[in-house]
Design a protein around this ligand. Sequence first.
Ligand SMILES: Cc1ncc(COP(=O)(O)O)c(C=O)c1O
Length: 355
Amino acid sequence: MIRAVVDTAALRHNLTRVREIAPNSRVLAVLKANAYGHGMVAVASALAGADGFAVARLGEALALRAAGHSQRIVLLEGVQGAEQLREAAGSGFELVVHEPGQIALLEAWRGAHLFRIWLKIDTGMGRLGFRPGELPAALERLADCKAIMRPIALMTHLAEAELKDNERTRAQLECFERLTAGLAGERSIANSAGMIGWPSTRTEWVRPGLMLYGISPFAGSTGADLGLRPAMTLESRVIAVRELADGDRVGYGGVWTARRATRIAVVAAGYGDGYMRNTASGTPVLVNARQARLAGRVSMDMLTIDVTDLPQVAIGDPVVLWGSGVPVEIVAAAAGTIPYELVCRVSERVHIDVR
Ligand SMILES: Cc1ncc(COP(=O)(O)O)c(C=O)c1O
């Protein structure tokens, strides 16, 4: 009943937009977390024109290889332990190196494989990477390391790129520039927001995730504003229609009360599918391509919408929860979260229908 329709033409269009915005950069398409809930293997096929893929963890990269994807694959968290290093070598994965223990693993490597590595510098994100004061020692150790190809690539990650004209992003960019001046390797800074909002981040490699899925990283805007097309449409159907009298309450907690004679349609979609429970009443939902509004608390398998003004609505009618016609950015804001979380949370029982 409920399904996430993934539009491969939209994915390809969005990759084209990435190339228009950063024509001189190569593109690492970020496919972690099951390609932001869109289905990693199918998305990788649709985005085969990217210059490489990035995932968070080894298991994700192995799944891509097992599905026959032979592109360059970067592990954004690098490897954890010698066993993972062996597996990464076996499949030719590239490693982000962000802490001294990962250098030690490479120093101890005795195999024939030479690793491509991406040295991560923490310029202000405060999460992964060598801090400026730690960088010289890391570079010195890597200069003596026999297990890696040279020159090593250099990367950082922006903490607030979605805020335009932001002092802290400027400081991160200056820091990266200063620390990498004179180093030979290719550079990578930009996530989607960086790429769009901060032209100086369009270096040798960009790492877009969200925008490839047609979603805007900026609060208050949608993918369409950026020339993107939503790749995922979460669809279901009406399974019941009921007439309520003025004063009748709807759903758990009775948090929504009819203020007139009202028709309510019950839709087979709930927080068990990934449509968040705290999404506010009034959030747009499309039924038969016409706009209705969420009315009452979302339950595990169902939600209720006010269709009083759409008298033709009947059992079996198609509903769009987000995607084409209902921007996921708007639904996310109505649920007090970001669109990244909504698409990643689409649950296993939702069939992904790749078209
Ligand atoms: C290191 C790194 N680069 C790039 C991205 C892609 O970011 P976005 O989806 O905002 O484009 C991510 C995702 O969080 C990331 O962790």
